[in-house]
Design a protein around this ligand. Structure first.
Ligand code: 0RA
Length: 650
């Protein structure tokens, strides 16, 4: 059968039937990751992925996504439309089977080459099971077919509701509020994913509309994502706030050993490495065989070029793999028919057959480029040599630091007030802004399981500093010695000896003001660049001290926002006759006494901790480089755009 015949032959029978939907409602997290904001947004990705598959098959070029007024979602594509004919085995319309039978989408049918598909690959039936209402509308064969469902159960048989000379699939679903912690969609989160999908699948137009917002003319904010250049443009986008070392993006697209490979790379003048690796449109944070292939191709080709050019001969130092990746921005995307995902978060590609094709692709495109662009080639090799020199200096500094540590007893930092518990899973450490708040925290804590480490003022901005400066920095040294882990290097932030980590809750506690947020960001930048695994494993948290104390007589309560404050004032006024309610605005941690700090911010029974997660790895890198890097205008723009979140103190 030819490829075309195979596609045409796709009939209702191909849809495999595996299991029922009750399991999804019983254990939603098993199917969509979690029932928080991540899982909620995952529902959209699952539906969009089906349309992307249809586009990759060559039958669809436009996907419209809307967040409706009631936080339901509509996804509309112009593909062939899900088949509606009777499914012979199930004696139901194929549409109904796709919508109500787990794994029926054809993704588990090896005959059907499906490459996109959410991380969990669960299919749209799973979205249906987790929605109070879903409506599927299919336009094909001149007709409009429709079926509605409630928590996955059809409300009626598929029916014809009209005529149309268009084709496509439209799905509207309303996530079940009894399952999800929140059902409020975040436009920026969806936008980042749609933008990413547009780069990863060039030629497809994806629009995102927010119908919850209407302007004076009755329009809703809409963004359109379309990339003609694919990963070439993605790399440019990632580097848009950085200074380019070479103007070109080196690009490859093709198939090697029957594996579709697309790669782009460029160099900027920074010290950071930014490689985003995707498998079937999924960002593989933990890397894997495709990333190894990329690194191998890059290192071998550049090393050969540098050696042949004679530029290395003068250097007495050894160049290693890391040196080739300083200032590198790259995107790797492969499509694998049966991906094996491994690792902590199941985002590490295990398929061994993928390494060689990627490595070949990179070698080919890069050696051709270097031959044709001697000026740029020289710039790159010079940067590599500089990186190698800096790495040697950094290692020396690190060794010095460690030796000094050993001389000083090699113990924990003097400023650390440790806890008595030894089991890391039960231990917490607070990194506290300033010595004075640190002192209060020491008095207020439960010393059994809570350790306190005061940090003096602004820690070093690692985004702008050379590595050896970072290892030498006193506060940063204190941070990683207290944690008990080795510092990673920029190129290998996964080199941590996590089994030595002394606390499984690492809590950043800063003042609730602009300086506090700045310090928070500085610490997070350090963790993101040098200890990413701490974030990926969910160890990093941010404490949330209250903004107000509302007091009447001996009774004091706390508020974290203006609404809470006003409600407290109202309640307290109502409770008595005199107007003696006292409102205090907390500007800093230091304004609370030890007992108040414990009660509001540190007591596990009453505090709120915000866990730090990486929502979208490509965006994240970009935001840190923008917030902490050299280029000022994009930072100003970001701050102005997000200014609604920043409150000016009265
Ligand atoms: C299987 C076969 C055919 C279309 C689709 C799946 C399809 C699924 C989705 C999900 C969202 N949008 C979609 N578009 C198409 C077509 C088979 C044929 O027409 O012969």
């Amino acid at each position: 059968m030819s490829e075309e015949e195979r596609k045409d032959n796709y009939s209702a029978d191909n849809i495999q039937v595996l299991e029922g939907l009750e399991a999804v409602r019983k254990r939603p997290a098993m199917y969509i990751g979690d029932v928080g904001l991540k899982g909620l947004h995952h529902l959209v990705y699952e539906v969009v992925d089906n349309s992307i598959d249809e586009a990759l098959a060559g039958y669809c070029d436009t996907i419209h996504v809307s967040i409706n007024e009631d936080n339901s979602i509509t996804v509309l594509d112009n593909g062939r439309g899900i088949p509606t004919a009777m499914h012979t085995k199930e004696k139901k319309s194929a549409l109904e089977v796709v919508m109500t039978v787990l794994h029926a989408g054809g993704k588990f049918d090896k005959d059907t080459y499906k490459v996109s598909g959410g991380l969990h690959g669960v299919g749209v039936s799973c979205v249906n099971a987790l929605s109070t209402h879903l409506m599927a509308t299919v336009r094909r064969e001149g007709k409009v077919f429709q079926q509605e469902y409630s928590i996955g159960k059809p409300l009626y048989d598929v029916k014809v509701v009209g005529e149309s000379n268009e084709t496509g699939t439209e799905v509207t679903f309303k996530p079940d509020a009894s399952i999800f912690e929140s059902t409020e969609y975040n436009f920026d989160t969806l936008a980042a994913r749609m933008r990413e999908l547009a780069f990863l699948n060039k030629g497809i137009t994806i629009t995102l509309k927010d119908k919850r917002i209407t302007d004076d003319e009755g329009n809703h904010p809409t963004t359109r994502y379309f990339s003609e250049g694919g990963l070439r443009e993605f790399a440019q986008y990632l580097d848009r706030n950085r200074e380019a070392l070479i103007q070109d993006v080196i690009y490859f697209e093709g198939e090697r050993e029957r594996i579709p490979v697309e790669v782009s790379l460029t160099y900027n003048t920074s010290y950071t490495e930014n490689i985003q690796a995707y498998v079937n449109n999924i960002n593989t944070h933990e890397g894997g065989t495709h990333l190894s292939g990329f690194r191998r191709g890059l290192t071998n080709t550049l090393k050969k070029y540098a050696t042949d050019s004679g530029m290395l001969a003068k250097e007495k130092i050894e160049i290693d793999g890391d040196d080739f990746r300083e200032g590198l921005t790259a995107v790797v995307s492969v499509k694998v028919a049966e991906p094996q995902f491994e690792g902590q978060t199941k985002t590490k590609l295990g398929n061994r057959e993928v390494t060689a094709p990627v490595s070949q692709a990179v070698s080919e495109m890069l050696s051709a480029y270097l031959e044709e662009h001697p000026t740029e080639a020289r710039l790159i090799v010079e940067k590599v040599i500089l990186a190698a020199r800096a790495r040697h200096a950094a290692r020396k500094a690190r060794e010095m630091v460690q030796r000094k540590n050993v001389l000083a007893g090699g113990g924990l930092p003097g400023k650390l007030a440790d806890c008595s518990e030894k089991d890391p899973a039960a231990c917490e450490i607070y990194f506290v802004e300033g010595d004075s708040a640190g002192g209060t925290a020491k008095q207020g804590r439960d010393r059994h399981f809570q350790a306190i480490m005061p940090l003096r003022g602004k820690i070093l901005n690692v985004e702008k500093a050379m590595q050896h400066k970072i290892f030498e920095n006193e506060e940063i040294k204190n941070i990683y010695t207290a944690l008990g882990v080795r510092i990673g290097t920029e190129e290998d932030s996964k080199a941590l000896n996590l089994e030595k980590l002394r606390y499984h809750k690492i809590i950043i506690m800063c003042d609730a003001d602009v300086d506090g947020s700045h310090i928070e960001t500085l610490i997070l930048t350090f963790f993101f660049r040098y200890m990413k695994e701490l974030i990926e494993n969910g160890y990093i948290y941010i404490a949330t001290p209250p903004l107000y104390q509302v007091k009447k007589g001996a009774k004091a309560e706390y508020a974290w926002n203006e609404d809470q404050r006003d409600r407290l004032i109202h309640d307290m006024k109502g409770a008595g006759s005199e107007s003696s309610v006292n409102v205090q605005r907390y500007k800093g941690l230091g304004e609370m006494n030890a007992e108040q700090l414990w009660e509001t911010t540190m007591n596990p029974e009453s505090r709120t901790l915000r866990q730090v997660t990486i929502e979208n790895a490509a965006e994240c890198d970009q935001i840190f480089s923008m917030l902490m890097g050299d280029d000022v205008p994009p930072r100003r723009e970001f701050i102005e755009k997000n200014a609604k979140y920043a409150k000016i103190d009265a």
